[in-house]
Design a protein around this ligand. Structure first.
Ligand code: AMP
Length: 206
């Protein structure tokens, strides 16, 4: 039987998908599987998955001004500055495909970024519908990252990224919880199960 709290926690998200669109943030440590989940969830919600990490990696690959500016920062595991990220996200959310909503993966990562996002949405008379927090224990995150073996995935860099997450990004959990937007998901489960739970939050069948 569903408790009152659980019913309450799905209400906002269900309403979001009922009107055919959703503005959703995926929050969680690096390596929690947000990108994988975003690819599936965005199909269900009919909104684009927007990964700021992918956008920056593309800029680096293309050798753009932005790419040159962020290359070293990304390789070190540090965060790109908030002003640069504000520009990247503002421009991306202004594109037509994001008008009905979006699934943001990797943004916001700091409290100022959360405020920037709120401002961008507010100026369009919009607001977030839900923030999905994907939780995975740290040792499992390190194991997954080493398996994935991307060029910048050395263990020291991974641990550094997790430290940055704890210091800069974790405060967003309280920020969004206070605003009644946070939905917690156990990310230490088989991929399909995590997907099913996320999709279930939006009241659409997987
Ligand atoms: P990700 O693929 O989301 O882990 O992002 C890879 C890297 O891109 C991060 O380690 C940061 O250096 C940079 N990055 C991506 N999104 C952000 C953001 N919202 N704020 C600052 N840096 C970011």
């Amino acid at each position: 039987m569903d408790g009152a709290a659980e019913n309450g926690s799905t209400a906002g998200a269900s309403a979001a998908s009922a009107e055919g669109g959703a503005r959703v943030v995926l929050l969680g440590p690096p390596g929690a599987g947000k990108g994988t989940q975003a690819q599936v969830l965005c199909q269900h919600l009919g909104v684009p998955a927007i990964s700021t990490g992918d956008m920056l990696r593309e800029a680096v690959a293309d050798g753009t001004e932005l790419g040159k500016r962020v290359d070293g920062i990304m390789a070190s595991g540090a965060l790109v500055d908030d002003a640069t990220m504000a520009e990247v996200v503002r421009e991306r959310l202004a594109k037509p495909d994001a008008s009905r909503g979006f699934l943001l993966d990797g943004y916001p990562r700091t409290l100022p970024q959360a405020e920037t996002l709120r401002g961008i949405l507010e100026s369009a008379s919009r607001s977030l519908d839900a923030v999905l927090l994907v939780e995975v224990p740290e040792d499992e995150l390190v194991r997954r990252a080493l398996l994935r073996g991307r060029g910048d995935d050395k263990e020291s860099v991974i641990r550094g990224r997790l430290r940055v997450y704890r210091e800069k990004t974790e405060p967003l959990i309280g920020y969004y919880r206070e605003r009644g937007l946070l939905r917690e998901i156990d990310g230490n489960r088989p991929i399909e199960e995590v997907t099913a739970r996320m999709v279930g939050l939006f009241g659409v069948s997987p």
